[in-house]
Design a binder for this molecule. Sequence first.
Ligand SMILES: CC(C)(COP(=O)(O)OP(=O)(O)OC[C@H]1O[C@@H](n2cnc3c(N)ncnc32)[C@H](O)[C@@H]1OP(=O)(O)O)[C@@H](O)C(=O)NCCC(=O)NCCS
Length: 434
Amino acid sequence: MRLYDRISAQLVGWRQRVSHLKEAHGAVKVSDITIEQLYGGIRGVAINVSDISYVDPQEGIRLRGFTVPEILTLLPKMKGAEMPMVGGLYHLLMANEIPTYEDALAVESEWIKRSTVPEHVFDVIRQLPHDAHPMTMFSMAILAMQPESVFAKKYNEGIPKTDYWKYYLEDSLTLTARLPVIGAFIYNHKYRQGQHIPLDPNLDWGANFAHMIGKGDDKEYQDLARLFFILHSDHESGNVSAHASHLVASALSDVYYACSAGMNGLAGPLHGLANQECLKWLLDLQDAFPDQPSCQQLEQYVWDYLDSGRVIPGYGHAVLRVTDPRFIAQLDYGKQHMPDDELFQLVTQVYECLPGILVKQGKIKNPFPNVDAINGALQYHYGIREFDFYTVLFGMGRILGLTAHAVWSRALGKPIDRPKSLTTRMLEEMVIKS
Ligand SMILES: CC(C)(COP(=O)(O)OP(=O)(O)OC[C@H]1O[C@@H](n2cnc3c(N)ncnc32)[C@H](O)[C@@H]1OP(=O)(O)O)[C@@H](O)C(=O)NCCC(=O)NCCS
């Protein structure tokens, strides 16, 4: 398997770099923490190392060192497609190199081989109340596949620590291969009266998902699906879904446990669920102003909203201090494919006015839009109007990144995470002594 060989070929070098840093420079300090940060969600404190991606506050995400525009240009595409294959992105995340067309296809065909979802997984979804949130269905479906974990079996048989990553990779390929089928099953089960469409072995991961939810003839939506999954794949390892998943995997829980945990974090309204909230916010705004609001009208509307104690979904970010490049990539897509769509025009109008209004509020550190400020509007344009499903789409993409982190954490022998907590009394005593 190509991915296995490419990772193997790099491992000696990576392990030497890490050992050297730990042994020769282990005492070098990289982070300090203040009381404000301790009570403030450990914001800005470096507590982990990951080479899969990095979010620069002024520039945004780089995946394996590449910016979003570079990724969209450099990753190989299927013939006739505007957006790259998700398989190529997975190769980049896992193998740390821009894939050739054959590399990307190799991942895609590996995924097709592993795409059969055991029937009991569908049964688990069917057994849940029909109005259960699709993220609950998604997370439980992932967990329901855990009994198949090759890592868990091999671990029980006894394997050297240096081999853990191989079985994490094995599980990761199987889990990711099945995501389009599971995502589509949930969508069809909940919103299309159970009209299921079988996977097409000739399509790539992103297009196959589109095909299985009834968008087999919609080439534009297939490209949007590819774009969406690529943009949501990873955003450094400190966000809630990546952090939760990393923490769980550090206990040597396999990737099914770890990714299900990551999805539970993604389901929160301050994280992945913000895209469903954001579309709701935009549609309410549209109802209030059927002819695009002026900046002045928007300002009054926003103040009323903020006064009710809520945050504007899709705006702000814990790390970024500029417009999210993932927002810009989707904005460019929208400008090209739906310039006359009223909801899309509303997104651009809000983008024009809202940062200035939020700056006046004086609290938010980043008044610019994040990826969620536009996601829903594009999906809505293509008829995916079930808001609560958007976080599942996010989750399908995010698991690509989560599994890459997990494989490399095991490859580099990372131990169980166990940071320390203090009591308020201890802090008070430290303050008195300082
Ligand atoms: C993303 C988010 C959770 C980051 O949180 P954070 O790092 O604590 O953000 P900040 O440091 O800028 O927050 C400072 C203040 O601004 C407020 N603020 C942040 N984003 C805001 C927004 N979108 N609308 C209104 N107020 C906001 C915070 O509530 C906080 O107020 P407080 O001091 O009264 O508690 C936050 O910006 C948010 O809730 N955004 C909306 C939800 C969203 O889009 N989530 C998806 C993120 S990818």
